[in-house]
Design a protein around this ligand. Structure first.
Ligand SMILES: Cc1cc2nc3c(=O)[nH]c(=O)nc-3n(C[C@H](O)[C@H](O)[C@H](O)COP(=O)(O)O)c2cc1C
Length: 357
């Protein structure tokens, strides 16, 4: 069985190790969602990850609802992302772009329009906005006529990602955002071809992935899901039926990899009393499977040794330790991450975490 230090091939890319950097929103782009030079420095510092998965990156104005998050819909955004991917590649790394449509979690104060979703539902709690936290507003259901346009938006962003030098794209299907809002029956109340039985609710995921595969190749397309339990108010009445079926549908495409975020009951970034669906998904999905949430060197090593996953994605540990693989290899102590600077602007708590001496 492999260890975290063994190489692995994902699609077109050979990763020198199995310690992937999980996608992390950091809010260091401009108000126009343009990546900054600071971001190039931050990602280049973390180039020793087997693979970097970028922060969630908006595919359109409609899908973007996070202050100072980057986008992939304008030529300026693409040109500035190119500086980021060049910096990562020059430092010897590899980087995928996570493609993001937030659906009902886009607050209208960001771009002036009512958010869209599977159905007319409202996210719980409050959105991050430029004016501080504000309650979510009710979404309007996407009409059947709008769905081809939405799929086209994902394709344009994926093509832009490749033009910007990314090694591939990861469809953000996790954490209660648009794709997840369609997948789960707590937020999908439709009674058309995109709602109701599981095969209908996985249709949008399947169609977007098919279009991405067509546009950039299965060997440059990945997906992230978060099957076990509630994410930002999005939940399903039968996760053990829904997600293996979704994974089986994804298996048919021969994707670069599938990543799962599944916190346990003592999770420190989300918790769930529900069991992970990963063991069932492992049977349904034959490609590279990457697991995430609260892993450390020991539990990540044990997961690979048990055959539960092919690689592990580390979020906060990479956030705070640019040289995480070396620290793990040499048994060096880890820096702790500082939540106060997770989403703040500027260099502090972003590019200032030290490498081990
Ligand atoms: C500051 C921060 C930002 C995050 N942003 C994203 C994101 O953009 N996309 C995503 O899929 N998950 C995001 N997550 C979730 C992480 O990818 C990961 O699932 C979580 O940190 C748990 O993994 P860990 O225990 O290794 O940190 C974020 C988490 C944190 C702490």
């Amino acid at each position: 069985m492999p260890t975290l230090f063994d190489p692995i091939r994902v699609g077109r890319v050979t990763c020198p190790n199995r310690m992937f950097m999980a996608p992390l929103t950091r809010g260091r782009a401009t108000r126009d969602h343009v990546p900054t030079d600071l971001m190039a420095q931050y990602y280049a510092q973390r180039a020793s990850a087997g693979l970097i998965i970028s922060e969630a990156t908006g595919i359109t104005v409609e899908g973007s609802g996070w202050p100072y998050a980057a986008g992939l819909w304008t030529s300026t955004q693409v040109a500035h992302w190119k500086k980021v991917t060049d910096a990562v590649h020059e430092a010897g790394g590899r980087i995928y772009a996570q493609l993001w449509h937030m659906g009902r979690l886009v607050h209208p104060s960001l771009h002036g329009a009512q958010p869209v979703s599977a159905s007319a539902t409202t996210g719980p709690g409050q959105a991050h906005t430029y004016e501080g936290r504000q309650p979510y507003v009710q979404a309007r259901p996407l009409s059947l006529e709008e769905i081809p346009r939405l799929i086209g938006d994902y394709v344009t962003a994926a093509r832009n990602a490749i033009a910007a030098g990314f090694d591939g794209v990861q469809l953000h299907g996790a954490n209660g955002y648009l794709i997840d809002q369609f997948l789960r029956d707590g937020s999908n109340k439709r009674n058309d071809a995109y709602g109701g039985p599981i095969e209908h609710r996985i249709r949008l995921l399947r169609e977007v992935v098919a279009a991405l595969v067509d546009a950039v190749g299965a060997d440059r397309t990945a997906v992230r899901l978060s099957p076990n339990g509630d994410s930002q108010g999005v939940d399903d009445s039968d996760q053990a039926a829904l997600f293996p079926q979704a994974a089986a549908a994804l298996d048919a495409f021969g994707l670069a990899f599938l990543e799962l975020r599944e916190p346990g009951p003592n999770g420190t970034f989300g918790k769930s009393e529900r069991p992970p669906v990963a063991p069932l998904i492992r049977k349904a999905f034959k490609g590279v499977l990457v697991l995430n949430s609260d892993y450390d060197l020991a539990s990540g090593t044990a997961e690979l040794a048990a055959g539960g996953a092919d690689a592990i994605a580390f979020g906060r540990k990479f956030l705070a330790n640019p040289d995480l693989p070396r620290r793990f290899a040499q048994g060096l102590p880890l820096n702790a991450d500082d939540p106060k600077t997770w989403y703040s602007q500027g260099p502090e708590g972003y590019i200032t975490y030290p490498v081990a001496g």
